[in-house]
Design a protein around this ligand. Structure first.
Ligand code: GLN
Length: 205
């Protein structure tokens, strides 16, 4: 019997969709853009890309995807949020816009734009549990300020990186069941191991 590879969607309203599609395909799963409810219904898991969480939030409402996506997350669809995607999955956002919507799925409090402005973007090597050492690129990234009891911390910014400043020791990768989130952007480094880790979560689900 041949078991088909799972299909993972990439929410394609705004942000770096193409990079995630490419990384997923390299990780050995089918990857399709998701813009409408019927497309969401057809995928086995979803990546929510980096971009601008307030814009993606607004577009989710305009495209009538907010409630369908909340419903799929509530019923256990695996999801991976990178940067803005992490913000959208978080239960609570600090320094967000008052009208920005949360998808839920991840019992964490994140601080938006915690690393500073675009020009203050930051790179470091991170030890990510289950993945290994990863070059992490942070672009106007959030960090996690609080994690719920069900949340596993997968990576923190090393305290021995002199450039880390305020970010030293901050939580930047988490997992809660089949929901994964990173404050950084593995999709832009050509290293698809974080996507492979997520693909395994989707296969197991
Ligand atoms: N600062 C952005 C936001 O608030 C996230 C940036 C990113 O995804 N690279 O959504």
């Amino acid at each position: 019997m041949v078991i088909a590879a799972p299909t993972v969607g990439v929410l394609a309203l705004q942000g770096d969709v193409r990079e995630h599609l490419a990384a997923l395909r390299e990780a050995g799963v089918g990857a399709v853009p998701v813009r409408r409810e019927s497309e969401l219904a057809a995928v086995d898991g979803l990546v929510i890309p980096g971009g601008e969480s307030t814009t993606i939030s607004k577009l989710l409402e305009i495209f009538e995807l907010l409630e369908p996506l909340r419903a799929r997350l509530a019923s256990g669809m695996p999801a991976y949020g990178s940067c803005a995607g992490m913000i959208l999955l978080a239960g609570e956002v600090l320094d967000g816009r008052p009208d920005q919507q949360q998808l839920g799925g991840l019992d964490v409090v994140v601080r938006r734009n915690a690393f500073g402005r675009q020009v203050d973007s930051f790179e470091t090597d991170l030890d990510v549990t289950g993945v290994g050492s990863v070059r992490a690129v942070f672009i106007r990234a959030p960090w996690v300020e609080k994690v719920g009891a069900e949340v596993e911390v997968l990576a923190t910014v090393p305290r021995d990186d002199p450039a880390a400043g305020q970010a030293a020791g901050r939580v930047v990768a988490v997992r809660q069941g089949t929901v994964l989130a990173t404050a950084f952007h593995p999709e832009i480094t050509g290293d698809h191991r974080v996507h492979a880790y997520f693909a395994d979560l989707v296969r197991e689900a």
